[in-house]
Design a protein around this ligand. Structure first.
Ligand code: PLP
Length: 457
C-alpha cells in the first residue's frame, strides 16, 4: 500500500530537478518533460519513492548495495569515525588506522600476490590511477614506449576521460573527442549479439584471438596492458563463452604485457567468489575496485596492485598521483565494516552455495517466454535478451525500443530492472532471499507479458 500517494513534494522536487540538477547519463529533454522518479527511502532489497510505491531493487542501487539497505552497523561505523577523525589526508608520508586496516583486509581477500592498495573516490578514478601507474611501471622498467592499453568494445570502465576512453561505449566516445590516444579496442565476447553463425565456443576463441592479433599489429614493445571486466556489467551482463578466458590466459602468458581485471562489479562477492578473477581463475597484475567495497553507503574505489608492479614502483621511489579523498577515513571505516559483514555473515558463501544457484535456475524459467531469446547469468548477475524471433536471434526494430518498454513496465510494477538496448539486466543485493528472488522472477515474468502485449499491438 502506498504511504502518501500524490505527495505534493514530488512535483516540487521534479521542478527543482529541472531547474538545477544535471543528472548523469540522462536525456535532458526527456527529463524536462517527465521529471525524475524521486527515491526517498530504502530497507533490505526494497526502495520507496516519494509517492510511497515500494520497489524491489533488482540492480542493488547501481550494482553496489551488496549487503542491502538499512544496515545500522555501517551507519555506526561512519558516525564513530566522523567523531574521531572525520578527515585527514594520506599524502606526504601520513596515514590513519582505518585506511591501513582496510588495505590489509582487502589484501587478505584478494588473490595471492595482490597485496598493495591505492585508494580513490570511485571506480573511474581507480582506472585513471591504473593508466598512470601502468605507464609509470613500464617507464621504471626502462620501456617507456610500452604505453598502449588494449580494452574491449562495449566494456565499461567509468566516465572520467581515462575511464570513458578505456571503456568501449560508442555513445560516450562521440561526446568529448574520445578515446584519448594510446587506447585501442578489440571485439567483445558477446555471442548472443555478435556471434553470427559460430557456436559460442568458436566465437569465444575468435574473440580471444583478437587480443593476440592486436598485440602483433601494435608490436608488443608498444603495448602496456590489457584491461577487461571478468563479466561485462554495464555492457549487458555479458558472460563470455567457456572458451574465452582460457585462451586469453594463454595469450597473456605468451606476451610481456600487464593484465588489469576491472573488478568494480564482479568484486566482493557478486559471482559467488570474492572476485571475478577467482571465479575464472585469472591472474591479474592489477584490479580496479569500487561499488561493493562499501556497499555504496559512501563513495570509495581503488586499485589493487600486485607485487610485481609494486616492487618496481617502490624501487623507483616517487609516484606523483593522488586524490584529496584517497583513503578517506570515513569511507575506509565503512568499507572495513562492510567487509566484516560480508565475511562474518557468510554472505558470499551463501550466494555461491544457495541463493545464486536458486536465482539462476528461476531466471532460466523465463527462457520459455515467447519474447525471450536467451537467459544467462553467473552469481547475482543476470540478463534476459528480448527478441522477435527466438530461433534466429532477431531483434525488434530499434524504434520499437523493446527494452525501454519492458523497463517502463518494471517501474510501474515495482521492480527495478535495467535495459541495455533490448537486454534486460539484474544485479540484486547479495543478501536477497529465496522469497524475494521468487518475487523478482514473478514480477519480471509479468512485465515480459505486458511488454509482449504492447509489442504485438
Ligand atoms: C561502475 C564501473 C566503473 C566506474 O565506477 P564509478 O565509481 O562510477 O566511477 C568502472 N568499471 C566498472 C566495471 C564499473 O561497473
Amino acid at each position: 500500500m502506498s504511504k502518501h500517494v500524490n505527495n505534493p513534494k514530488t512535483a516540487q522536487w521534479q521542478a527543482m530537478s529541472r531547474a538545477h540538477h544535471l543528472a548523469p547519463f540522462s536525456d535532458y529533454k526527456q527529463l524536462a518533460e517527465k521529471g525524475p522518479r524521486i527515491i526517498t527511502e530504502a530497507k533490505g532489497v526494497y526502495l520507496w519513492d516519494s509517492e510511497g510505491h515500494k520497489i524491489l531493487d533488482g540492480m542493488a542501487g547501481l550494482w553496489c548495495v551488496a549487503v542491502g539497505y538499512g544496515r545500522e552497523e555501517l551507519v555506526e561505523a561512519a558516525a564513530t569515525q566522523m567523531r574521531q577523525l572525520p578527515f585527514y589526508n594520506t599524502f606526504f608520508q601520513t596515514a590513519h588506522p582505518p585506511v591501513l586496516e582496510l588495505a590489509q583486509a582487502i589484501a587478505e581477500l584478494a588473490p595471492p600476490g595482490m597485496n598493495h592498495l591505492f585508494f580513490t573516490g570511485s571506480g573511474s578514478e581507480g582506472n585513471d590511477t591504473m593508466l598512470r601507474l601502468v605507464r609509470h611501471y613500464w617507464a621504471c622498467q626502462g620501456q617507456p614506449n610500452k604505453k598502449i592499453i588494449i580494452a574491449r568494445e562495449n566494456g565499461y570502465h567509468g566516465s572520467t576521460v581515462a575511464g570513458a576512453s578505456l571503456g568501449g561505449m560508442k555513445g560516450m566516445h562521440e561526446q568529448g573527442d574520445l578515446p584519448i590516444p594510446g587506447i585501442t579496442h578489440i571485439p567483445q565476447p558477446y555471442w548472443f549479439g555478435e556471434g553470427g553463425d559460430k557456436s559460442p565456443e568458436e566465437f569465444g576463441l575468435w574473440a580471444a584471438d583478437q587480443l593476440e592479433a592486436k598485440i602483433l599489429e601494435l608490436g608488443v614493445e608498444n603495448v602496456a596492458a590489457f584491461i577487461a571486466e571478468p563479466i561485462q556489467g554495464a555492457g549487458g551482463v555479458i558472460i563470455p563463452p567457456e572458451s574465452y578466458w582460457p585462451r586469453i590466459k594463454e595469450i597473456l602468458a605468451k606476451y610481456d604485457i600487464l593484465f588489469v581485471a576491472d573488478e568494480v562489479i564482479c568484486g566482493f562477492g557478486r559471482t559467488g567468489q570474492w572476485f571475478g578473477s577467482d571465479y575464472y581463475g585469472l591472474k591479474p597484475d592489477l584490479m580496479t575496485i569500487a561499488k561493493g567495497l562499501t556497499s555504496g553507503y559512501v563513495p570509495m574505489g581503488g586499485l589493487i596492485v600486485g607485487d610485481k608492479v609494486f616492487d618496481a614502483i617502490e624501487a623507483h621511489g616517487d609516484f606523483n598521483h593522488g586524490f584529496t579523498y584517497s583513503g578517506h577515513p570515513v569511507a575506509a571505516a565503512v568499507g572495513l565494516e562492510n567487509l566484516r559483514i560480508l565475511k562474518e555473515e557468510g554472505i558470499v558463501e551463501r550466494v555461491r552455495a544457495e541463493t545464486a544457484p536458486y536465482l539462476q535456475s528461476r531466471l532460466r524459467e523465463l527462457a520459455e517466454h515467447p519474447l525471450v531469446g536467451e537467459v544467462r547469468g553467473v552469481g547475482m548477475l543476470g540478463a534476459i535478451e528480448l527478441v522477435r524471433d527466438k530461433a534466429t536471434r532477431t531483434r525488434y526494430p530499434d524504434e520499437v525500443a523493446a527494452g525501454m518498454v519492458c523497463r517502463g513496465h518494471c517501474f510501474t510494477n515495482g521492480l527495478i530492472m535495467r535495459a541495455v538496448g533490448d537486454t534486460m539486466i539484474i544485479a540484486p543485493p547479495l543478501v536477497i532471499s529465496r522469497a524475494e528472488i521468487d518475487e523478482l522472477v514473478e514480477k519480471a515474468r509479468k512485465c515480459l507479458d505486458l511488454t509482449l502485449r504492447d509489442l504485438s499491438a
